[in-house]
Design a protein around this ligand. Structure first.
Ligand SMILES: Cc1ncc(COP(=O)(O)O)c(C=O)c1O
Length: 498
């Protein structure tokens, strides 16, 4: 079928200047047609050669316009299969630079910045910002005051005292072997992961793991299914690799797996937090787990399982990992020590199917070479001495009691403003604002009271979701949390009156 684009464009271009800035005019005209719906989402655009022929302009001009459209997120170019329009109204496009004001973000980028297309995507998305101190109600933060620092110091001092030159040299890029052995022991005992030590790769963070996975497994333009709402760090890693995101709804059984295949474009991979979904806290039901594994076995799609805080389950037995029941070798499992021990540790791990070990290790050598050897040695001794499992047991009890008090205080002080379900695990609680309260109003009242209210809506693709808060409870002493809630309630009442 011949494209309708050249005819429609000739009309628009005739009205516009055909002299300087023709590429920009062409770009703006194409954006106009996309926004007006004349060019449909995912519609194939003509090649630069054929459009240049039809419009009787140079191919370089069309190429420059396409590059600008690509940088602005209005199209995606797939080598070998063509160029496709992206409508900012479509869910997959929402985070390709279309977060807040769809049309203006793209249009304001009429001058190509001195960055690559990927660099532009990263700049627009803004990266991941980690909190550098603990205060009410920073989300997903561990209680670092309860970390057995003395034990760590003692082990560290002993290791440094007896260090030989090997501790000062480069180590294994895949990770210090005794630490990988300890991780294997822990994962197979407590998380039901089935692997051997050769499949474990020690990294600095879950974020690094996600970036590696995104770049090694996804081509620009590929579609990855992500939980909606879901972890922003994962979405940013996939977007930075040029992937498109397909939002998958969450209900009380976790990800709605049947939505993976409800579109024309095949999904290459799915990112999931099955043990408790971030941020809702839902645990994936056995039926959904089977359906997800079935999807991956039949399509060959990858499952990226982020088991980020599975240590903290407060009701009954924690659910085992998906990796352990996958019979098709399609699950990539990731976990982190930065939440369970302390954030500055910068140690995490990936468990991958055997054929992926070499490429993942090669890719990590290009990022940061390897994780710091000294910390890996201390951690392996910490685990070997039983301190790791003792710490988890202690923190599980502490966080459970904090959660219990937190939900009681939340209902007492702020029940008028929000609804919530007590989470069965994790370190944060998702709260949904009652009508007519909004994130904007409550955050501004909180700011006045010097309280941070991490918001919920931003965790939905394109910011299109219910208004609410994601409150961290694990790192806060109950009296501090309660004082902050009372203060917040007072400030909101005052601002409501005025
Ligand atoms: C779901 C999820 N995965 C991963 C992480 C980040 O872990 P890391 O600090 O190891 O990158 C977080 C942090 O909040 C998270 O919520």
């Amino acid at each position: 079928m011949k494209s309708r684009l050249p005819g429609a464009l000739l009309n628009l271009l005739d009205q516009a200047t055909r002299q300087s800035g023709l590429a920009t005019t062409l770009k703006t005209s194409i954006i106009q047609l996309i926004l007006d719906g004349v060019i449909a989402h995912h519609e194939r655009l003509p090649s630069t050669r054929s459009l240049a022929n039809d419009l009787k302009i140079s191919r370089d001009t069309v190429e420059a316009a396409y590059q600008q459209l690509d940088a602005a997120g209005f199209l995606i170019r797939r080598t070998g299969s063509g160029t496709f329009a992206v409508s900012p109204e479509k869910p997959e496009a929402w985070t390709r630079g279309f977060n807040a004001k769809p049309a203006t973000v793209g249009l304001s980028r009429s001058i190509l910045p001195p960055l690559s297309v990927r660099g532009t995507d990263i700049e627009v998305a803004g990266g991941v910002v980690d909190q550098t101190d603990i205060h009410p109600f920073v989300a997903a933060m561990p209680d670092i005051d309860s970390f057995p620092l003395r034990v760590w110091q003692r082990l560290g001092a002993r290791i440094i005292r007896s260090a030989d030159r090997s501790l000062l040299m480069y180590g294994d890029a895949q990770g210090y072997l005794p630490l990988r052995d300890e991780i294997w022991r822990y994962l197979s005992t407590y998380r039901g992961v089935r692997c051997d030590t050769s499949q474990i790769i020690v990294l600095t963070s879950s974020q690094q793991a996600l970036t590696l996975v995104a770049n090694l497994l996804l081509n620009p333009g590929d579609l990855i299914g992500v939980e909606n709402p879901g972890y922003h760090g994962a979405k940013l890693a996939f977007l930075a690799a040029g992937a498109f995101l397909k939002p998958l709804r969450i209900d009380n059984e976790g990800m709605v797996v049947s939505e993976i295949e409800n579109g024309d474009v095949p999904v290459q991979a799915v990112y999931v937090t099955p043990s408790h979904q971030y941020p809702t806290g839902a645990t994936m039901s056995p039926a959904r787990r089977s359906a997800l594994l079935e999807w991956s076995a039949t399509t060959g799609g990858w499952i990226v399982e982020d088991d980020y805080d599975s240590e903290y389950h407060y009701e009954g037995q924690p659910i085992a990992s998906l990796q352990g029941v996958d019979g098709s070798d399609r699950v990539i499992y990731l976990g982190t020590f930065n939440k369970v021990l302390f954030p500055s540790l910068r140690l995490a791990y990936l468990v991958v199917p055997k054929p992926l070990v070499k490429p993942v290790v090669a890719a990590r050598t290009l990022l940061d070479g390897q994780s710091a050897l000294m910390s890996q040695v201390i951690l392996s001794e910490f685990m070997k001495g039983g301190h790791f499992s003792a710490h988890i047991r202690h923190m599980r009890m502490l966080y459970k009691s904090r959660r219990d008090l937190f939900v009681v205080n939340l209902a007492n002080h702020l029940g008028e403003y929000v609804t919530f379900n007590p989470p069965t695990g994790g370190m944060s609680i998702a709260c949904f604002l009652r009508e007519p309260f909004t994130e904007e109003l409550t955050v501004s009242a909180a700011t006045e009271a010097k309280i941070e209210l991490p918001t919920l809506r931003r965790l939905y693709l394109g910011g299109r979701g219910p208004e609410g808060w994601l409150l961290g409870f694990a790192a806060l002493r109950p009296e501090i949390a309660e004082r902050a809630m009372a203060l917040l309630a007072r400030t909101m009442e005052d601002s409501h009156k005025s």
